[in-house]
Design a protein around this ligand. Structure first.
Ligand code: UPG
Ligand code: MN
Length: 750
């Protein structure tokens, strides 16, 4: 398939970002931590409990710092050269593209359609692509939208390819007017027509929303009658089949709509179950060796995404046998998520420099064979199956046991593992087999979700699956191009964002307790030591406890009149430590082109997330461990992006930057922290602290008061929320609960 001449320039290059100055900074920060902790130990007996509690918290922080330093030590990523692909490879491998969606209300179908259109239009031979949409909502509206989108695709895809359009998600592309184009030119006419057609599509989808007649109009919708999202049979519909054809028709890849069977009282494993069903149906139909997985709220922002990933898989000098998946950096188009991009850029690249990036659920190209459970040891140097593995893998009985009792499925697995995919000539021929593999009980007693496919037992199926792959000794590659490859949507509004963070953190801690746990089999699995640390990094969400304590300690010290910080040189060391940490994190932001303001906001965001979402995730896990409740995947609510008719507003809406509250418990810790610190500062200012304290060295002072002010600044949105009204103000119920707790705290402290 690939041209074997190694004299040609490589298809990709690994780039190392190791930096000695930064390493010196990390070591200095660690050194400062160490000296502060050793001072605390040496003087433990001279001070009261506060000193010990502070020591506990600072030990936790220094461990997190040590962990992160280990991970950031040797950052790297991979730069692909898609322009070189055509001269090196004459027959590009097929790629199946998966888009899961789950709820037509929380995930508006027009958003799903835009994601699908951006994928259909990527720069790749259309007969090598297939797009599969899994609908866990079993919604006729989603199916209808997809059918309409497939018609528009015949205009959109050729238009993008003809004019080499960069952004191929229509809602995004049509946000901006065309510039530098002569009126009446062919391009401007095509542009107008295409835009009009897209507007028509949006309107049709909008009009169909809530239209119950959809089901009566066409027989095609019969499968959706009398269904509920949690109670229905499997539905498999080939929306569009690329049969070669002529003209524009041959430019549009296959589009398949699927919705697995759901019954109440059956475990469906949320997104993870949907991904495994997608793997099976696509295996039966096109069986491509590579799988691109994109969430429905994310679109391909660069037409070359698939080619970029394929460059890495096909570069021989990189030992393709080892690259299990290629993960792209994720960015977001609708909210200020600089803190997440910064985290991925530094920590993500750091981990990429060890054994490879962690799979983060979207914007990732997987190898089908790896998803089917292969290990690097099962392969020869040229990627073919070793003799031992052939004997182990390709016995029909054992295949049926692991992959389920469908003969067609077993055949497709054999093909995929032997790199002989044998795709169906006519997709509709596989519909029956596809329905069979969608039954609720199909996975019963098989290895799906256990050692094969996307792995169950955590709402963070991405991380869980990723550990499974790296544990078998695979590496992965990270691409973080200058033009974002994928752009996604983040929940609008603070309550939704906190809920999402809580689900993530719950999923991460869940992993600690399942059989994939990075803690288990510390020395027997093939995962590298520092990669294991990378996965352990997920427990940093447990630092919510020391963070919460540390936000309250200075206030306690002011009220109780005891010292939190050492005096003299060691106070200097503490201030230098905080200062260096701030300067370093500020540099991270500025270096990526973000403002000082966004750095300030991020400091606040992380503290708020830690003391609410992460804290509550510990409750969720405790309840799960006690068998009281199960963790659930609450789908984040997505807002429809502004369409072309709604104006040219490019950025997030003006109010979205304002901090909103609702009545949920997520806002209780923040309100409590602010009230307690306010009370402590008030007591300190009027000099009402407890005065009978006997230790001469132990009284509080300006240092503790300054930290109280710092905490208030970090929780500034809550301080503001005390005085605001409506959704921007803290609800009375939260305020009264927090007030009650704050009074108890003050009484207990003085
Ligand atoms: O039962 C379900 C639930 C969700 N989804 C899909 O999963 C995707 C992610 O859901 P979303 O609500 O957008 O969650 P996010 O927090 O944005 O998702 C992040 O976090 C998840 C793990 O918690 C990962 O699976 C995602 O890939 C990652 O982008 C969406 O396409 C959903 O349609 C399903 O298909 N079935
Ligand atoms: Mn999402």
């Amino acid at each position: 398939m690939a041209d074997s001449s190694l004299s040609l320039p490589p298809l990709c290059e690994r780039i190392s970002y190791a930096n000695y100055f930064l390493r010196a900074v990390y070591l200095t920060i660690l050194g400062l931590f160490f000296s502060l902790l050793s001072h605390r130990i040496r003087h433990m007996s001279e001070y009261d409990t506060v000193w010990r509690v502070a020591f506990f918290c600072e030990t936790c922080f220094s461990l997190v710092c040590l962990l992160i330093t280990c991970l950031k030590w040797s950052p790297a990523d991979t730069k692909p050269f898609p322009d070189r692909l055509d001269e090196r490879v004459h027959d590009l491998p097929s790629v199946d593209m998966f888009v899961p969606t789950a709820d037509p209300v929380r995930e508006p179908p027009i958003m799903v359609v835009d994601t699908v259109l951006s994928l259909l239009a990527v720069n790749y031979p259309a007969n090598r692509l297939a797009c599969y949409v899994s609908d866990d909502g079993c919604s006729p509206l989603t199916y209808f939208s997809l059918k309409e989108a497939s018609k528009f695709a015949k205009i959109w895809v050729p238009f993008c390819k003809k004019y080499n359009i960069r952004v191929r998600a229509p809602f995004r592309y049509f946000l901006n007017p065309i510039s530098d184009v002569t009126e009446g030119s062919e391009f401007s006419k095509d542009w107008e027509t295409t835009k009009r057609e897209y507007q028509k599509l949006s309107r049709k989808v909008e009009d169909a929303t809530g239209d119950s007649h959809l089901l009566d109009v066409e027989d095609d919708f019969e499968a959706f009658s009398n269904t509920k999202s949690n109670d229905h049979s499997t539905i498999v519909k080939v929306v569009w089949e690329n049969k070669g054809g002529v003209g524009d028709e041959k430019e549009v890849p296959h589009i398949v709509y699927i919705s697995r069977e759901k019954r109440p009282n059956y475990l469906h494993h949320q997104k993870c179950g949907a991904m495994n069903f997608l793997a099976r149906v696509s295996g039966l139909m096109t069986n491509a060796p590579y799988i691109l997985n994109v969430d429905c709220d994310m679109y391909a922002n660069d037409a070359d995404v698939v080619r970029q990933a394929i460059c890495i898989f096909l570069e021989k000098s990189l030992n393709p046998k080892h690259c299990a998946f290629v993960q792209f950096l994720q960015e977001f188009y609708d909210s200020n998520t600089s803190q997440i991009v910064v985290l991925q850029s530094y920590l993500g690249r750091g981990i990429a420099g060890i054994q490879g990036p962690i799979y983060i659920g979207s914007g990732c190209v997987h190898t089908r064979r790896v998803m089917y459970g292969l290990s690097p040891d099962d392969l020869e140097g040229d990627g073919s199956l070793s003799l031992v593995a052939t004997r182990e893998f390709l016995v029909e009985d054992s295949l049926a046991r692991r992959f389920g009792n469908s003969k067609e499925m077993v055949k497709s697995v054999v093909g995929a593992i032997q790199r002989n995919p044998n795709p169906q000539n006519i997709l509709t021929n596989s519909i029956e087999a596809a329905q069979e593999v969608g039954h609720c009980h199909y996975e019963y007693q098989t290895s799906w979700g256990n050692t094969i496919g996307w792995l169950y037992d955590s709402v963070a199926e991405d991380l869980n699956t990723s550990i499974g792959i790296h544990s078998r000794g695979w590496t992965s590659s990270y691409i973080s191009p200058d033009t974002p490859a994928f752009l996604g949507s983040m929940p609008q509004g603070v309550p939704e964002a906190l809920l999402q963070q809580r689900r993530w953190a719950t999923g991460w801690i869940e992993i600690l307790f399942n059989k994939q746990s990075p803690l288990r089999g510390m020395f027997c699995k093939k995962i590298r030591f520092r990669q294991r640390l990378a996965y352990l990094c997920i427990i940093t969400s447990l630092r919510s406890i020391p963070e919460l304590i540390y936000c309250l300690l200075p206030a306690y010290c002011l009220l109780h009149n005891s010292a939190l910080f050492p005096k003299g040189t060691y106070l200097g060391i503490t201030i230098t430590l905080v200062g260096m940490h701030c300067l370093y994190t500020l540099w991270e932001f500025v270096n990526l082109g973000y403002s000082v303001q966004s750095w300030l906001v991020s400091q606040s965001v992380w503290r708020i997330v830690a003391t609410s979402s992460w804290l509550f995730s510990i409750f969720d896990i405790t309840l799960k461990l006690l068998g009281i409740s199960e963790t659930v995947f609450i789908i984040t609510k997505k807002t429809v992006p502004a369409g072309p008719s709604e104006g040219e507003d490019d950025g997030p809406n003006s109010d979205s930057s304002k901090f909103e509250f609702d009545g949920s418990l997520h806002f209780l810790p923040g309100t409590f922290i602010v009230l307690v610190n306010l009370a402590a500062l008030a007591v300190f200012t009027v000099g009402l602290q407890r005065s009978s304290y006997s230790h001469g060295r132990g009284s509080s002072g300006m240092a503790e008061a300054c930290v109280c002010v710092l905490v208030m600044m970090l929780f500034f949105p809550f301080l503001k929320g005390l005085f605001e009204k409506g959704k921007y103000g803290i609800p009375l119920s939260t305020l009264s609960k927090a007030g009650f707790l704050a009074v108890l705290f003050v009484v207990f402290s003085v």
